[in-house]
Design a binder for this molecule. Structure first.
Ligand code: DX5
Ligand code: ZN
Length: 224
């Protein structure tokens, strides 16, 4: 069987915001496959970050996929704004949308790929009637709101279950994991079925972004 391909998505939540443009350019140069963009509203999650204007400012700095993770409620109003400024993937939490199927449709109509995000306590039943419409499922391995938290081990079991649901669809749906991912645990997380890895503090907390991303890729190289 062909080796799965893996993507590393640095979360700029852990970047130095005073030098955000340089930080984006640095992780792209260090081998990032995507830029993970954490949008928090101090309502759905207890923290506040950045919105479409900041996304617009970083868009010219990279050809890479911009992977927008919306931790906002409500979600629909802001989706076209992110599409307009060049987001490629937009993911949202089902608890933050009144009509999950409609929100997925809105993301697609806006010209982006759509992802659904499952918090640690969110059941997989949210996928029952929409998985075939999704481009990505994001399994949270921390509770959303902050970088630098510990990976919650139960996420591994959840990833396995989502992996088999995705495989049953026969569609190329990305399985992303977010929270507490580092070079030490990335291989075991990949073995559970994840193919797209968000890492914030593990990358931006290090002095050498290229070295961390390369170490992650080496670890992933050992996974079939
Ligand atoms: C948490 C965010 C994550 C966060 C991950 O709410 O969704 O993307 O930046 O940060 P680390 O990798 O430090 O856990
Ligand atoms: Zn995130």
């Amino acid at each position: 069987m062909a080796k799965r391909s893996f993507r590393i998505a640095p979360s700029i939540l852990s970047a130095n915001f005073a030098r955000l443009g340089e930080e984006v350019a640095a992780v792209v140069a260090a081998g990032a496959d995507m830029i993970h963009f954490d949008v928090m509203d101090n309502h759905y999650v207890p923290n506040l970050t950045f919105g479409p204007m900041v996304c617009e400012a970083i868009r010219p700095l990279t050809q890479s996929t911009i992977d927008v993770h919306l931790m906002v409620k409500p979600v629909d109003r802001i989706i076209p704004d992110f599409a307009r400024v060049g987001a490629n993937i937009i993911s949202f939490h089902p608890e933050a949308s009144e009509h999950v199927d409609r929100t997925i449709g809105l993301i697609h109509e806006s010209g982006c790929k759509a992802g659904l995000v499952l918090n640690p306590a969110t059941p997989l039943s949210w996928l029952d009637h929409v998985l075939h419409k999704l481009d990505l499922v994001l399994v949270m391995s921390v509770n959303p709101g902050f970088g630098g938290q510990q990976f919650i081990p139960h996420a591994v079991e959840k990833l396995r279950e989502v992996r088999s649901r995705i495989d049953r669809t026969g569609r190329a749906i990305l399985l992303e994991v977010d929270g507490g991912v580092n070079a030490e645990n990335i291989a075991s997380i990949a073995r559970a079925g994840a193919d797209t890895f968000v890492a914030g503090s593990a990358i931006f907390g290090s002095k050498d972004y290229r070295a961390v991303i390369s170490k992650m890729r080496d670890e992933l190289g050992s996974v079939g």
